[in-house]
Design a protein. Structure first.
Length: 327
C-alpha cells in the first residue's frame, strides 16, 4: 500500500519570461551583426578615433552572437538554462560599472552613459526577475516532503541491523524513527547533511524521534567517519548492495541530478564556504540518491526523496510532522 500527497510543487515560468528571452535573442543578434559588419561605426558616432584593431570589435560581435543563441535556448527552457541568466546579469553589471569608471576618468565621453542605460541598466530588472523566479522554483523543488502510507515488509526490517545488532524493526517499533539515507561519504552534500543532523539531533530526539542513518560503507568505516560529526553513537545501518535504498524507492541519479547547475552552485557554497570538502574516496555508489523517512510500526509516514543531490531537507521539520494513524 503506497499513498502520498505532495506538500508543494514547482511553479511555471511567468508569462512574460519567454517573450522577453526571445526579444533578447533578437536584440543581441542585431547588435552582433552591427559589430561584425561595422566594427568602427560606434566610435564614429561617439567622436572617438577608430580602433586600431577592428577585429577585436568583431570578436565582441561573435560573443553577442553566442549570447543570442543562448537566449534562444533559454526561451525554450528558462529553468534549465539559468546559467545564461547568471552570466548575462553579471556581465551587464560589470559593463555598467566599467563604462562608468571610464567616463569618470575621462577615457570615454559622457554620452557613453546613454548606451549603458540601453544596453545594461534597462536589462537588469527583467534579468533579476528571471533569477528570482529560478531561485523560488529551486526552493519549491526542495520542498519534496510527502505524507505517505507505505507498508514495509517485516522481513526487510528484520534483515538490516545497526552496528550494535539492533534491527530496523526494533529501532522503529516503540517510537518513530527518522531514517536518513546518505550519499557516499566522499560527497560534499553527505557531509553537509551529517553536519545538519549533528546540529539538529537534540531537537529531533526531544520530539521522541530516533535518528537512524543508512549508508553504503562498512560499519567500522562508517563509525570512524560519523565520529567526526559527533554521531558515532547514532544507530547506523550498512547497505553496500543498496537493497534497502531500493526498497524505499531511492533510485540512482541522472547526470543532471548530480552534475546540474544547482549541484555546482550549492556544492561551491557547501564545500568552500561551509567547509564540507569533497572526500578522496566515494565509499559507495556515486550516483545513489539520498532520502529521509519518518518510519514507525512498519510504515513509512513521511518521505523526502531528493530531486537533486544538492537538495537539503529540513530534518527538524520532518521530526515535527504529525504521526499518521496506521491504516
Amino acid at each position: 500500500m503506497h499513498k502520498h500527497g505532495m506538500i508543494q510543487s514547482s511553479s511555471n515560468p511567468p508569462g512574460w519570461l519567454r517573450p522577453f528571452l526571445k526579444g533578447a535573442a533578437a536584440y543581441h543578434f542585431l547588435w552582433a551583426l552591427f559589430f561584425l559588419f561595422w566594427p568602427g561605426q560606434l566610435f564614429v558616432w561617439a567622436g572617438m578615433p577608430l580602433p586600431r584593431y577592428p577585429f577585436l570589435m568583431q570578436g565582441v560581435g561573435m560573443a553577442l552572437l553566442l549570447f543570442s543563441l543562448g537566449y534562444v535556448l533559454a526561451a525554450g527552457a528558462p529553468e534549465r538554462h539559468i546559467g545564461i541568466g547568471l552570466l548575462a546579469f553579471g556581465l551587464k553589471v560589470a559593463g555598467a560599472i566599467g563604462t562608468l569608471a571610464y567616463v569618470l576618468t575621462g577615457s570615454l565621453p559622457w554620452g557613453s552613459l546613454g548606451l549603458v542605460v540601453i544596453n545594461d541598466i534597462l536589462w537588469l530588472p527583467p534579468l533579476g526577475l528571471w533569477l528570482a523566479w529560478a531561485y523560488r522554483r529551486y526552493v519549491a523543488q526542495q520542498q519534496l516532503l510527502r505524507q505517505e502510507v507505505m507498508r514495509l515488509p517485516q522481513a526487510l526490517l528484520e534483515a538490516y541491523t545497526d552496528a550494535e545488532g539492533h534491527s530496523l524493526a526494533d529501532l522503529q517499533a516503540s517510537q518513530p524513527a527518522l531514517v536518513v539515507f546518505l550519499r557516499h561519504f566522499g560527497c560534499t552534500f553527505c557531509r553537509e547533511a551529517l553536519a545538519d543532523l549533528a546540529q539538529e539531533r537534540a531537537a529531533i530526539e526531544a520530539r521522541g524521534v530516533r535518528l537512524v542513518l543508512v549508508h553504503m560503507s562498512p560499519p567500522a568505516v562508517a563509525g570512524r567517519f560519523l565520529m567526526r560529526y559527533g554521531l558515532a553513537d547514532v544507530a547506523h545501518i550498512s547497505d553496500p548492495e543498496r537493497r534497502l535504498y531500493e526498497a524505499f524507492d531511492l533510485k540512482r541519479a541522472t547526470w543532471g541530478q548530480v552534475f546540474g547547475w544547482r549541484s555546482w552552485l550549492r556544492g561551491a557554497y557547501a564545500g568552500l564556504w561551509r567547509g564540507h570538502l569533497i572526500g578522496r574516496r566515494l565509499g559507495g555508489d556515486g550516483f545513489q540518491m539520498p532520502g529521509a523517512f519518518v518510519v514507525q510500526g512498519g510504515f513509512v509516514r513521511w518521505a523526502y526523496r531528493h530531486g537533486s543531490a544538492a537538495d537539503r531537507p529540513d530534518y527538524r521539520e520532518m521530526a515535527a510532522c504529525e504521526r499518521m494513524p496506521a491504516p
